[in-house]
Design a protein around this ligand. Structure first.
Ligand code: URA
Length: 433
């Protein structure tokens, strides 16, 4: 078999056999394929698509490209969650401690930022000392002791996805239904949870821009998970504006802590509670989503979610003092305020452009090995539907230089549309599959 023949076959829009897909994934995993051949394969798959059978085959090959975790030693129903990627989408840092504090083990393998979207692993690494590399043995130990583990893909777990994910990020091949489905489900299958709640984002700050594509992606992943015996629910949620107010790594950690302290509500809290409630429902801990949300909210009020976050930080080497003292987290020194350029209602936010602004500030990557500025990012001052006056602050940008702030501000100005008439707000939770 020859990789060039496989690339040409897909380039011409033909269906690949299971053997050809297995050959490709093996070459990615063992390092025998160079990045340029992997990248053009990804572009061919992006443009000519993979059908359901090819996608399922790619998923299973990627899931088996390393070891498969076995958490049977950890008692109880193990719940996992994954987002398809958004902007200011910090739900994991909120719902994982909350769900774990209710007694349902959360063992979650997360990713780094992808395209304009942020990644939980990058956010966790902005916490001084926090270790995201966790072996299977450690993960079992942690889960038994604390009910919570947040970890990156180890070299042993879905190494094929780790490589493909990093290349997709910098080759314009992220927003493909088969590639996203295979990336997410390979990790979820290999990570061994009993149940998975998928947060499928839909809107201008998501890889799926319309409900029909989001539904296709959601159903593809749900069917794949159920096929291998996992409970899977997909929540399709709106991404027409940044979910929280803070965008960037340490800034999002701060907002998550503020939510767990009960100081911040809004869409970020609502989506976190919804996803968490489905995890509790799946685990049989509650018999309705409403009861799940109520219980999680109770664990914000009584501080148990925050205490679980503290336990997680201590367990994985992070400095727990950040919870009380945000100055222990990085914050970039240059600052620029983006002002409203007219009076009216904030009717539209091109959220991918806001994600791009965050990338320009240094919070995201432009190439695979690019180091992040953990203290860079944006604090949004307004939400969709707000009335603003000329000169009012819309957002505050943090970066390591004025030049980066200016570049990010240009994207922010392009992203925001102010109109005379207030437009109706889209619903936050669009569909459950
Ligand atoms: N999250 C992933 O893990 N993979 C994708 O392709 C998109 C979001």
């Amino acid at each position: 078999m020859n990789i060039v023949d496989i690339i040409i076959k897909k380039r011409e829009g033909n269906k690949l056999s299971n053997e050809e897909i297995a050959y490709f994934v093996k070459g990615v995993t063992d390092g025998s394929l160079p990045d340029y051949q992997i990248s053009v394969f990804l572009m061919a798959a992006f443009l000519k698509k993979l059908d359901a059978e090819e996608t399922a085959c790619l998923t299973m090959e990627m899931a088996q490209s390393g070891g498969m975790f076995d958490f049977s030693q950890v008692e109880g129903f193990k719940a996992d969650k994954h987002s398809t990627g958004g902007v200011a989408d910090t739900t994991t840092l909120i719902l994982a401690p909350l769900v774990a504090s209710v007694g349902v083990p959360v063992i979650k393998m997360s990713g780094r930022g992808l395209g304009f979207s942020g990644g939980t692993i990058d956010k966790l690494e902005s916490i001084p000392g926090f270790q995201v590399d966790v072996s299977e043995k450690e993960a079992i130990e942690f889960a038994k002791n604390s009910n919570i583990v947040l970890m990156s893909q180890s070299d042993n777990l879905t190494p094929a996805d780790k490589k493909l994910y990093a290349l997709r990020d910098v080759t314009g091949t992220v927003d493909s239904i088969p590639l996203i489905a295979a990336s997410i489900m390979s990790k979820k299958i290999a990570a061994g949870a009993d149940g998975i709640v998928l947060d499928v984002k839909c809107g201008s700050g998501a890889f799926m821009q319309d409900l029909a594509s989001a539904e296709t992606l959601a159903s593809t992943m749900v069917e794949m998970g159920r096929h291998v015996g996992r409970k899977v629910t997909a929540v399709i949620s709106a991404m027409d504006q940044p979910l929280g107010m803070n965008i960037g790594n340490s800034l999002e950690v701060i907002e998550a802590i503020e939510v767990l302290k009960g100081n911040v509500g809004g869409d970020l809290l609502e989506v976190s509670l919804t996803l968490g409630a489905y995890m509790l429902l799946m685990a049989g801990r509650v018999d309705s989503v409403e009861k799940g949300k109520y219980l999680l909210q109770h664990h914000i009020k009584n501080g148990m979610g925050l205490e679980k976050l503290r336990e997680l930080l201590v367990q994985q080497g992070g400095n727990p003092a950040i919870i009380e003292d945000y100055s222990l987290l990085p914050l970039s020194s240059s600052k620029k305020i983006v002002f409203a350029q007219g009076d009216g209602y904030l009717n539209n936010m091109n959220t991918a452009l806001i994600g791009r602004a965050s990338l320009e500030s240094g919070a995201g990557r432009g190439y695979k090995e690019q180091p992040l500025d953990f203290g860079a990012g944006i604090i949004m001052k307004k939400r969709l539907g707000d009335f603003v006056k000329t000169g009012e602050p819309l957002a505050e940008i943090f970066a390591s230089s004025d030049k980066k702030c200016i570049s990010a501000a240009e994207y922010m100005q392009q992203a925001i549309t102010i109109g005379e008439e207030k437009e109706p707000l889209p619903p936050l939770i669009l569909k459950i599959i």
